[in-house]
Ligand binder design. Structure first.
Ligand SMILES: *Cc1c(COP(=O)(O)O)cnc(C)c1O
Length: 396
């Protein structure tokens, strides 16, 4: 392969681009995790994460990818044979379901077409039917990264309340935290699962649980085996500023800086920046004449857009050509969407230039592949960005 010149654009929906100050923080010398200086780092990142989760609940940080925090949520709060209600929003919901099954839980899976978020009224109907209250948890994915569809968590909370059902509410926010508004406390979520490598602008390697009092209480009688994932071991050690085993010290140094960056920009501006990029992307895709996978505009994701290929065209061939010619990495289709969609990540650390550059590279790739599209989508994206103004200035 020829040497590629210029910058590589990482436009996949996670891992995302890591800002230089975060990379520099991670590159600092490794510190003593049992030394006197460490607790201040622990307290600062826990406080910063509380602001991002919008919670005063307990938070734990694992040196693991998001999958680890999924497992932690399940093994801490449930017992073998417990029933969990999950919703088939896409590939990630399906993987979480598979994990629950492998752990010995019974999963009731509400069918979905991978083109929209969870349907709260279907959840409510199922909960109302559950007279014996066999369902111990409802687990949903906030932003389904395989499809670009968001579930309305507040409406799922209302469904639980309306059904007067005591099940725990668990939400995966791995690709929404730090890019789409999320409110652990206000939405009455019991366990929120997060990861470092998407909206939080860090490399992969950290994941999180935010845990309500109700979930901690459930954990006392929950019998799934856990050692490494045990919440209470972690919470007890964190109270002193330390960890039960060696934390990912350099990642925590990076997390501290990433949280400062989010704070400096302010969360409302961060969310508006993502919405603005998503809208520009959708206008571009529509102009091309391609179909946005998410079929319900109320569920559009502002962290990524999944685009359906015309029948008979390979998304992977297109992606590989765009990578070779323009050094832009796009997300692949996952699970049953393999080769059928490409995903444009517009989350984390990016700006108008990186978005427009990526969309232009995609348009050039589509034209080169002789896929029947209408050219000029990028102009639509520019017009959309121009008409929505410049947020950082607008926020001042
Ligand atoms: C990325 C992602 C995961 C998986 O996280 P890993 O860090 O790959 O273990 C789970 N859920 C969602 C919604 C994701 O976007």
């Amino acid at each position: 392969m020829n040497r590629s010149t210029g910058r590589h654009f990482l436009q996949i929906p996670g891992p995302t681009n890591v800002p230089l100050p975060v990379l520099a923080a991670i590159a600092q010398p490794t510190v003593d995790h049992r030394g006197p200086g460490f607790p201040s780092l622990t307290f600062e990142v826990l406080e910063g994460m509380a602001a991002v989760f919008k919670t005063s609940a307990a938070i734990v940080i694992y040196p693991a990818s998001g999958t680890g925090a999924w497992e932690a949520a399940l093994v801490n709060s449930l017992s073998p044979g417990d029933t969990v209600l999950m919703v088939e929003t896409g590939h990630f919901a399906s993987l979480w379901r598979k994990m629950a099954t492998r752990l010995g839980l019974k999963v009731e899976f509400l069918d979905g077409d991978w083109r929209r978020g969870a349907n709260a009224s279907e959840i409510e109907t199922r909960l109302v039917e559950d007279h014996a209250q066999k369902i111990k948890a409802v687990a949903i994915v906030h932003n389904e990264t395989s499809t670009g569809a968001v579930s309305n968590v507040a409406s799922v909370r209302r469904a639980l309340d309306a059904a007067k059902h005591p099940a725990l509410l668990m939400v995966d926010t791995i690709s929404s935290l730090g890019s789409i508004d999320y409110r652990h406390d206000e939405w009455g979520v019991d366990v929120t699962v997060g990861g470092s490598q998407k909206g939080l602008m860090l490399p992969p390697g950290l994941s999180f649980n935010a845990i309500s009092q109700k979930a901690r209480l459930a954990a006392r009688s929950a019998r799934l085996p856990r050692v490494f994932w045990d919440w209470e071991d972690m919470i007890a050690a964190n109270l002193t500023g330390y960890f039960p085993s060696t934390p990912a010290t350099n990642m925590l140094q990076g997390l501290k800086v990433a949280l400062n960056l989010l704070q400096e920009e302010t969360l409302p501006v961060v969310f508006a920046r993502h919405e603005r990029a998503a809208e520009a992307t959708r206008q571009c895709v529509r102009h091309w004449g391609l179909e946005i996978l998410c079929s319900d505009p109320a569920h559009y994701s502002s962290s990524l857009t999944a685009v359906l290929m015309p029948d008979g065209q390979s998304a992977d061939a297109l992606r590989s050509m765009i990578l070779q010619r323009s050094s832009v990495s796009l997300g692949n289709g996952l699970g049953k969407l393999a080769d059928r969609v490409f995903r444009i990540g517009h989350l984390g650390d990016f700006n108008d230039a990186s978005l427009l550059g990526s969309l232009a590279a995609i348009e050039a790739g589509l034209l080169t592949s002789e896929i029947a599209i209408k050219s000029g989508g990028v102009e639509k994206a520019i017009a959309s960005l121009v008409s929505s103004g410049h947020l950082q200035i607008a926020a001042e």
